[in-house]
Design a protein around this ligand. Structure first.
Ligand code: MHO
Length: 252
């Protein structure tokens, strides 16, 4: 028993080597068709005004809710990315033996919201200096990351990181450990994890530890959402994501 647990624990604080990762499976695991709150199809092809990116900021339950409430977000879904195992299960990812991190896939309408706005939520909703974990949740599956295949978005993410690092350093905080990368396939998580916090009987769990530092005007920022909207996310309140409504925040 001890041997089994110590072997698993060893995999949790660092990223597993590709050759040691679980084999996974060739077909996607079954998942929901539609967004429980927004009603949109989770696997719909993107229209020309839509863009997508993956955000990892700790446990994906609370992270997803933060994003689906932003006006201009078309759909969100939770899943796994950044590792090696194809089509992993939640349990496999939690074992630390897939290399994946829990991510939120966000699809948005670029006429209504800018990637900058999403980056603002991303940096502010968690503590990106925590390495292999977030709050109580420890392990490589909770590491911070941004994955996008669009070079312009990658550049914007990097510029926002550099700016936020300066702000964190001024506040006496440490080095950002967020991974910013391309070509990371997204694997949808199981149905009951999709929009988990909006499902009946959900456990109101969130372990994110926001730093309290707001992202300022980084080079290339093109915020579209009004500043007042951010009053709906009060990071001073512990677990503020759990307290907010499930419905999207109205713009008016
Ligand atoms: N420690 C939490 C993590 C949930 S999250 C979806 C739990 O096991 O409930 O990883």
């Amino acid at each position: 028993m001890f041997g089994l647990f110590s072997g698993q624990a060893a995999n949790k604080s660092s990223l597993i080597a590709p050759e040691a990762a679980l084999p996974g499976r060739p077909s996607p695991i079954p998942t929901a068709e539609r967004h429980v709150v927004l009603g949109t199809a989770l696997k719909a092809p993107l229209s020309t005004s839509q863009q997508e990116a993956l955000f990892a900021c700790g446990c994906f339950w609370g992270a997803e809710k933060g994003f689906w409430r932003l006006p201009g977000v078309v759909s969100t879904a939770v899943g796994y990315a950044g590792g090696y195992t194809p089509n992993p299960s939640y349990e496999e990812v939690c074992s630390g033996r897939t290399g994946h991190t829990e991510v939120v896939r966000v699809v948005w309408d670029r006429n209504a919201i800018d990637f900058s706005d999403l980056l603002k939520l991303f940096w502010e909703c968690h503590d990106p200096t925590q390495g292999m974990g977030q709050g109580n949740d420890r392990g490589s599956q909770y590491r911070s990351a941004i994955y996008t295949d669009e070079p312009a978005l990658l550049a914007q993410a990097q510029a926002s990181r550099d700016h936020y690092q300066r702000q964190l350093s001024e506040a006496g905080l440490g080095a950002i450990t967020t991974e910013i990368a391309s070509n990371k396939p997204f694997y949808f998580a199981e149905t009951h994890h999709q929009q988990y916090l909006a499902r009946p009987g959900a456990r109101p769990y969130c372990s994110a530890q926001p730093s309290g530092v707001s992202l300022g005007n980084f080079a290339g920022a093109a915020y579209k959402l009004p500043a007042a909207l951010w009053g709906h996310y009060d990071w001073e309140i512990s677990h503020c994501i759990l307290r907010g409504d499930n419905a999207p925040i109205p713009l008016a």
